[in-house]
Design a protein around this ligand. Structure first.
Ligand code: DAH
Length: 331
């Protein structure tokens, strides 16, 4: 048989096949384990060197061509079958379509975008940081003592001795101060993790962290920016209370509470002037530079704004709850 004869014969046979089952039989006949081409390959062993090379080139070429013919026919049969299916059916083109309502962004995502927009408008740059973090960035560099209760297994999700799920977005402060040139004016948002579960806590929640380092940054700047932000977010009428506080990475430190509808003060953020130890540890000259930082819980803000009594609603995927926050921003 001449080299291309077998391809022609196969092509003829394949072209008249009408269904996938018969096509498969032909595939086995030509390319299967006991098929024509495989047998030809086996015969090559007995040939002398030159013929062996020549014959194997031919066999490979035939194999390739037959494969191609089979694939082409398979596609044709599939299209024929698909078309026949529709010819057999009576389609009522006048039937109205089904409405699929578009999804929308999660309320927490919307709030993050809103806050980011406010801070970018006053010169903050948005950056991101890792959720899986090491002890140095999450605790040590933030001046959090080795014996602080937040480091225990009851509080923190440890992945191994040195690696954990970050408990706060303050980890990003350290990364940014180490990588970026001064001055620094950044905002970062994201998920944080703690061993907690009740109407005010979920094991995963979101924080936004701001950091501003420059020459001559003052406590007044910090207060001014936070008041401006809270007036923007809640409207001018909301009652704000500044309270002295303690965080190992800021000195002095403060917390802000907001009066909710039940006349209770609810804590929403922590802030302060970056502790000189933190700057020094990173190698920033704390005689020349200083700054402020703040961190706020997004779910808390959302709960206050929308009067939501249980944080867990955000993460139970109840469509009736989520629908209430539908906006026109579909993504
Ligand atoms: N990281 C703190 C927390 O999770 C919040 C915080 C307090 C952030 C003071 C700050 C800060 O940047 O200056 O409770």
């Amino acid at each position: 048989m001449i080299a291309d004869d077998i391809v022609l014969i196969a092509k003829k046979e394949i072209s008249v096949v009408k269904n996938l089952k018969d096509l498969n039989m032909l595939k086995i006949k030509y390319l299967g384990k006991k098929g024509y081409i495989t047998k030809q390959f086996m015969l090559i062993k007995n040939l002398d060197k030159n013929n062996r090379i020549y014959k194997s080139i031919i066999c490979n070429k035939q194999k390739k061509q037959i494969k191609k013919i089979i694939i082409k026919r398979k596609k044709e049969i599939e299209i024929e079958q698909y078309n026949n299916k529709f010819l057999d059916q009576n389609i009522d083109v006048s039937l109205p379509g089904k409405y699929i309502s578009p999804g929308s962004k999660h309320p927490i995502t919307n709030i993050i975008y809103e806050i980011e927009e406010f801070f970018t408008n006053i010169g903050f740059k948005i950056i991101t940081g890792p959720e899986i973090e090491d002890v140095y960035h999450n605790f040590d560099a933030l001046n959090i003592s080795k014996y602080h209760p937040t480091r225990t297994e009851q509080d923190t999700f440890w992945l191994d001795k040195n690696i954990l799920l970050r408990t706060q977005t303050s980890n990003v402060q350290i990364r940014i101060m180490k990588q970026h040139k001064l001055p620094i004016k950044i905002l970062t948002s994201g998920k944080v993790y703690r061993h907690d579960y009740d109407s005010n806590h979920t094991p995963m929640f979101h924080q936004i962290e701001g950091l501003f380092i420059n020459k001559k940054v003052t406590f007044v700047d910090l207060k001014g920016i936070l008041i401006l932000f809270l007036n923007f977010f809640f409207g001018k009428k909301c009652k704000i209370r500044f309270r002295p506080s303690y965080f190992p990475f800021t000195e002095p430190s403060l917390e802000i509470d907001i009066l909710n509808n039940n006349k209770e003060w609810i804590e929403i953020l922590g802030a302060g002037m970056v502790h000189p130890y933190v700057l020094k540890n990173i190698g920033i000259n704390n005689n020349k530079y200083c700054g402020f930082a703040f961190g706020l819980g997004i779910e808390r803000l959302a709960m206050l704004r929308y009067n939501i009594s249980d944080i867990r609603f955000f993460y139970e995927n109840d469509i009736r709850f989520l629908k209430q926050f539908r906006s026109n921003n579909f993504i």
